[in-house]
Design a protein around this ligand. Structure first.
Ligand code: NAD
Length: 470
């Protein structure tokens, strides 16, 4: 099929590359000329596993990039909208970019097209899109609006798209539903997975993908409710972790015990410095605003957000209590992205922590495998510098903080770290290590919801002597 995807960001670009991968002719549109130029030059503009391979495989052939939205719409029978829907100051989703795009699409609906809303939007938005398209000149009979929310996770976006838990198609029109079913057929029959050169299937991926059709409004709610539920799970376990800390329980053991119950599951039972990213915070606020607008209220979400905010303050308190005073302390910060596997720093709890620590007049040397360039663009502060590795960041630091769950931070060389750090202190906001391991290796280790381990006087004294000698 000929497909246009409007918006070449984290979702649009991955969707475009994957749609090309399963055999469609895709034209990806963006109004950011620099981005389009880079994509045309074969640059992969975001850090995402398997994306460079797909761009190389299909770029210039069945995957093209343009700023010309009208031409892309005219050449396509399915038009996906994947532009941003950021929060307004009051928490509602800002749909102004979506409206602008609808305006441009409407003028170019010259034969039947399915207009697919992939952006995350409040319930009722697809009806608005339909009305706006008609208002700006599209003929009612020549298009159908369909909701197809996206559930990919940054870091595993390509495999999430190609081997999804589910594909949701929200449509109140049979013709568009049929077209959408055809579009995803390589995934729902399992044919793509069997094809030569297919991107490898992750363990536990359901095969073939199940496609669930719903009414449009239900599809919109599925997306918001799913994200709100996952965020609630994170805040729930963080609140449990806080009790564990005071009561002397170990939240890791609690998570293992709870997660073994299939009704609960162990995913997202991850205590730490809280959720972030471009989706959970804004989608929670948007759903909360929807509930307010419809007069039903959803106070549970307020508590979820409050716990998440508090988690950062609690973590700052931990850093302070590990170091006594913060002013002038040199800290190695591991992780800036909002989670491991991505370069995305939007609403990153790690970035929020860096800001709080800079306010406390700490000297920060940060390392992140993918997000340093984006962070550099955000900060203009001499107290924040960057290192090329975790060990370089640790050199001469009073303590090391782990703020993002990158896999490489879970396999650090402890002997090397101890040689680099001024004091063997790690404050871990992602619970990457077991207490036994840290105790055995002689670290003062402060994590979330678990007892601290304390470096023995002997370890600390040896370190002190070595530092002085150096
Ligand atoms: P993004 O900011 O990375 O990408 C949006 C893109 O749209 C940008 O490249 C921007 O230049 C482009 N754009 C803006 N105005 C435009 C216009 N008038 N014409 C053409 N292009 C335009 O955003 P994203 O993270 O890809 O998210 C897009 C949507 O998908 C949001 O609604 C988000 O909530 C949802 N979503 C995101 C994720 C995720 O993990 N990032 C997952 C699921 C759903």
């Amino acid at each position: 099929m000929n497909i246009a995807i409007v918006g070449s960001g984290y979702v649009g670009l991955v969707a475009a590359a994957c749609m090309a991968e399963i055999g469609h002719q895709v034209i990806c549109v963006d109004n950011d000329e620099q981005k389009v130029r880079a994509l045309r030059d074969g640059e992969c503009i975001i850090h995402e596993e398997f994306l460079p391979e797909l761009l190389k495989r299909h770029g210039g052939t069945n995957l093209r990039f343009t700023t010309d939205l009208p031409a892309a719409v005219r050449d396509s029978s399915v038009v996906f909208i994947a532009v941003g829907t950021p929060p307004c100051e009051t928490g509602e989703a800002d749909l102004s970019v979506l409206e602008t795009v609808c305006h441009d699409i409407a003028a170019n609906v010259d034969r039947y097209k399915v207009v697919v809303v992939k952006s995350t939007v409040p319930v009722g938005t697809n009806d608005w899109v339909r009305r706006i398209l008609i208002r700006y000149g599209a003929s009612q009979k020549q298009f159908c609006v369909t909701s197809n929310p996206e559930f990919l996770r940054e870091g595993t976006a390509v495999t999430d798209f190609l081997y999804p838990d589910r594909i949701i198609i929200g449509s109140d029109c049979g013709r568009s539903r049929m077209i959408m079913e055809q579009l995803y057929e390589p995934l729902t029959t399992g044919a793509y997975a069997q094809s030569e050169g297919a991107i490898p299937i992750p363990d536990e991926a359901p095969l073939p993908a199940q496609l669930i059709t719903t009414h449009t409004r239900s599809a919109e709610m599925i997306k918001h409710a799913s994200n709100a539920f996952l965020a609630m799970k994170v805040s729930f376990i963080n609140a449990v972790a806080n009790i564990c800390e005071v009561a002397g329980a170990d939240v890791s053991e609690v998570c293992d015990g709870m997660g073994a119950d299939h009704r609960i599951g162990n995913k997202f039972l991850k205590p730490g410095i809280g959720y972030g990213g471009s989706c959970f915070p804004k989608d929670l606020m948007a759903l909360h605003a929807v509930a307010r607008e419809y007069g039903t209220g959803f106070h549970l979400l307020e508590e979820v957000m409050r716990i998440n905010e508090d988690q950062r303050k609690f973590f700052l308190r931990k850093v302070r209590s590990a170091l006594w005073t913060l002013k002038g302390k040199r800290l190695a910060v591991l992780g800036l992205a909002f989670k491991g596997g991505t370069d995305d720093i939007r609403e990153s709890p790690a970035i929020a922590m860096v800001r709080l620590l800079l306010k406390e007049k700490c000297q920060i040397v940060a390392y992140d495998p993918a997000a340093m360039e984006r962070t550099r663009q955000e900060f203009d502060d001499d107290s924040l510098t960057f290192a090329e590795s975790a060990y370089e960041a640790a050199r001469g630091a009073d303590a090391m903080l782990i703020l993002t769950d990158w896999e490489e931070f879970s396999i650090l060389d402890f002997d090397r770290l101890k040689r680099e750090l001024r004091h063997p202190i790690i404050v871990d906001g992602r619970n990457m290590y077991s207490l036994e391991e840290m105790e055995r290796n002689g670290f003062t280790y402060v994590s979330v919801g678990r007892p601290d381990t304390v470096a023995t006087a002997n370890d600390a004294a040896i370190k002190e002597r070595k530092t002085e000698a150096a």
